[in-house]
Design a protein around this ligand. Sequence first.
Ligand code: CA
Length: 229
Amino acid sequence: MTPNILVVEDEDSLATLLQYNLEKEGYSVSLASDGEDALIQADERLPDLVVLDWMLPKVSGIEVCRRLRQRAETRNVPIIMLTARGEETDRIRGLDTGADDYVIKPFSMTELTARIRAVLRRLRPGLAEDRVRFGDIVVDRVAHRVKRAGRDVHLGPTEFRLLDYFMQHPGRVFSREQLLDAVWGSDVYVEARTVDVHVGRLRKALNIDAAVDPIRTVRSAGYALDLES
Ligand code: CA
């Protein structure tokens, strides 16, 4: 799964440079040139990480950060702030407001991509790795194989994507609509009930022998991957 990075930067040349280099690193990149646009885009498509410039037209970077942290859907999105040299107090405030890291301009691409990898590894371990583990479930993204307690689990492509998505956010409850957008894509028309069908298949495939059911159904809310219950 390709991590999607939202780059919020009003300097066109820097935005283009960031997009070029991040795409070369294998990320998919969306650009926003002001704070208002950033909030709209984050709302339409949940980014896996936001690279957020401090000084922005309309809504400042710090305000964008604050608002992303206030909303339930975007509360946990990793944010890396870009600040100019000399904004020391601002930098500290930036971290208080909820940025996960900051990079001081001018910076090298090597530095920024290293920070992005570090933040993703720390906050979204399921995204950065080729192989993800949750409890006794292991998903190998390169080989497209799933094992539970050492035994092979055979999944169809949709169930595989569904499990992969759940593994990126263990414990978090997703509505059917959120799962549709993330796994099927928001431009595809699929009925919400289809989600139930595929979750059912995934659950059946994962529940070998008397293993604990890893998928929790939350009445009128949706589903979560959870081994605690
Ligand atoms: Ca700027």
